[in-house]
Design a protein around this ligand. Sequence first.
Ligand code: PHE
Length: 506
Amino acid sequence: MEAKRERWSSRALFIFAAIGSAIGLGNVWRFPYLCNEYGGGAFLIPYMVCVVALGIPWLMMEFGMGRYFQKGAPGVFEGIGKKWEWLGWWPSMVAFLIVSYYSVVLAWSLRFVISSVNMEWGVGEAGAEAAGGFFFNDVLRLSSGPGDLGSIVWLTALCLLIVWVVIFFSIWKGAKESGKWHFVFVIVPWILLIAVAIRGFTLPGAAEGLNSYLTPDFSKIWSPDVWFGAASQVAFSLSVGMAGMFAYGSWVKKKADITNSTIIASFGDMATAFLAGFAVFSVVGFLVQGLNINLEDVTTSGLGLAFVTYPAAVSMMPGGNSLVGLLFFLSLFTIGVDSAFFLAQGGVIAPLTDKFGWNIKKTTLGVCIAGFLLGLLYCTQGGLYWLDIVDRSVSFYGLLITGILATVVVGWKFGADKLRLYVNETSDIKVGRWWNWLLKLVVPLAMTFVVIYGGFIQDLSYLWDSTKTEYGGYGGWAAWVWLILFIALLVSIGLNLIKTRKKGDK
Ligand code: PHE
């Protein structure tokens, strides 16, 4: 079995696979926003500190452990001790839930690629004003709340099907063959973002937008909000804590360098986010000037940025609207689609085939169909609310809590030093003993701070402060944030109890 494990065919391929998995929607719609919000260029300092102190040790741990045990996350934790196997399944469930809605955001991006062709939401100032209504009323046909699902929006469902077909055909032949798609889905969005940024630079108002994005304000960097923003973004952006990177590490050639590749991938991710900021803020600056409003009045992050602010700006452009819209939404799709297949492949399919010895193609098909079917929930008229609830549950709490547990168990039980020496054996850059403490203490403590400061204090404050509401103002529905995590945990424990198929088992 061991000898037959798949391998990335080259070092470059592994690095691109890591970068491709890391770069995604977060690089476009969260990093630039955080910079703008938290001190412009000065934010790069806390961000870089978090990349070096948290992101790199954590990612190195996942790659290193995957290579050591030659397994995806559950196999790694089973290797540490059978009783820990659930700790690999939990993030694997989290990965599955993330991809179930991440793919829907990609479906909306595709929908906007199509709508860009004839500028369906309109051009000029009228178009800019209609953009919000177009997204919420025409694309989503949004209902009144999570309790009101309404019907499935079939055009979105069709786009979702296309997304899953692309995911399936990128990964159905296994890791080695899927690698080349990472090249495509890293290089193409880079080119598209550069093209959009160049268009952005030539627009009036771009300079103000970029000033806001980059002008350093060092006074902000001591605020805990800034550190919360930086630490949570590093974890999300590097795609750690979702099981997948363990599997990606398990496909690295036995003698290959891990440390160096981790560093390159982490900085590649950051550079992409930085680049995306130019495409975003030049265009936002233009919109703000054109409508004669303040930058604070437009949404510069998340879905609002991608599907309302950006389309509005595109409407206002003096020419080539359709083309700019098309390029931007294609960049969103291409930057995100390999994060999606990484989640499916590294996070779910590899753990299942490792454990049960199932056939890769069939397992891939099954996971893709299951992901699509679950995704239909978010294609309903109430889907956006559910997307928001599940997102909070898994990509915030799920990622961080499983990450904290994983770093603690690897750091203290398996042994940070053992892992460090193992990784150093084949690395040009040898990491010193300080690395052990980053893994054993700094990463888990920093992430605990993030969970408490940006999570519990926000979402549970309604318990002691009557002016606050449950997460998202969804009333009792917000309980699903916790329920989903708990159910995922139970399923993980259930999987832990099932015997792992060993070589030679029938
Ligand atoms: N890192 C991806 C992004 O920035 C998101 C992601 C997180 C993808 C976790 C896969 C897993 O968008």
